[in-house]
Design a protein around this ligand. Sequence first.
Ligand code: MG
Length: 375
Amino acid sequence: MSNIVILGSTGSIGTQTLDVIRHLSACKVLGLAAGTNLNLLRKQVQEFQPDLVSIEDSQDAGLLRDEFSVKAYSGLEGLLTLATDPRCDIVVVALVGALGLKPTLAALRAGKRVALANKETLVAAGHLVMEFKSQIVPIDSEHSALWNLFWGRDKDQISKIILTASGGPFLKHKGSLEDVTVQEALAHPRWEMGDKISIDSATLMNKGLEVIEAHWLFGFPYDKIEVVIHPESLVHSLVQLHDGSFLAHLGRADMRIPIQYALSYPQVVPSAVEPLDLTKCGPLSFLPVDRQRFPSLDLAYRAGRSGGEQPIALNAANEEAVRAFLQGELKFKEIPRLVREVTAGFSGKSFPSLEQILAIDAEARERARRLLQKY
Ligand code: MG
């Protein structure tokens, strides 16, 4: 029996993790942490009866304490308390953005297995997190696919990693992307996801962040990590072997598969997801990325290769740009412009500490907000 803590339980990955746990008898929910969705957290507490809960606001924590017989915490302290509880075996980090950084490191230092859905942690602090390599299992679908493909195989047999990208909602969009709306950008053709990652998928920054994520998780240099557009989203990634052959990971575009694998790893157990019918899935296509139209991908490659402050600044500037776009303060095509402008001001110096990472993150956000006035 594994005791599970979910950080970000009311978000898209969090709710799907709970759905997986409904079908996994070997998992018990020990703790749930949410942001502001008190009502959904209430329902989750009723159903899963955790011992610990945490929510952003301390008054909400008080309400939960009065209503249920749980220990209720709030804010960052709450996330850290849940992530390091001695009874906990696996921490699912499903927080959005740089908020995931401290709780992930705290959980790793406390010896927990971390099922990591928060790619920003690897992007900003890959060098710190990978000290604890053996404790991390990725939830991101592409990296989960690669995790499967790498398992039990000598890394030296693999010449390249190929990440697949759906291409997002604007793959077949004709004309300029200048005036596309928030609603159009949120309408992802294949995956049901939160707002931040949906916009990142539309700009292809999501794939860029995933390239950096793959670099850290699998220890491959950037020139051996490629991206190919695969609109059907059935092949979740591939590896190329030295003999020129490929191994591909195929399955339904359903996050419950990678989530379950992160919880049951190294076991593969039956899931509630209906297997793909190969005779009905139609042709599979693979296309090159249009790098002019989607410049975010190369911004991420450049920042990843530079290392140091740049990936941290890239991630922070992107979070600010996406927030501004969602609030109608920035046009879609200005997202990569703002990210480029902010990132260029930071150096590629070597491996910053956690304190330095947080300072660089804050500085990049500040610069992004200042530059936003100009747009
Ligand atoms: Mg992904």
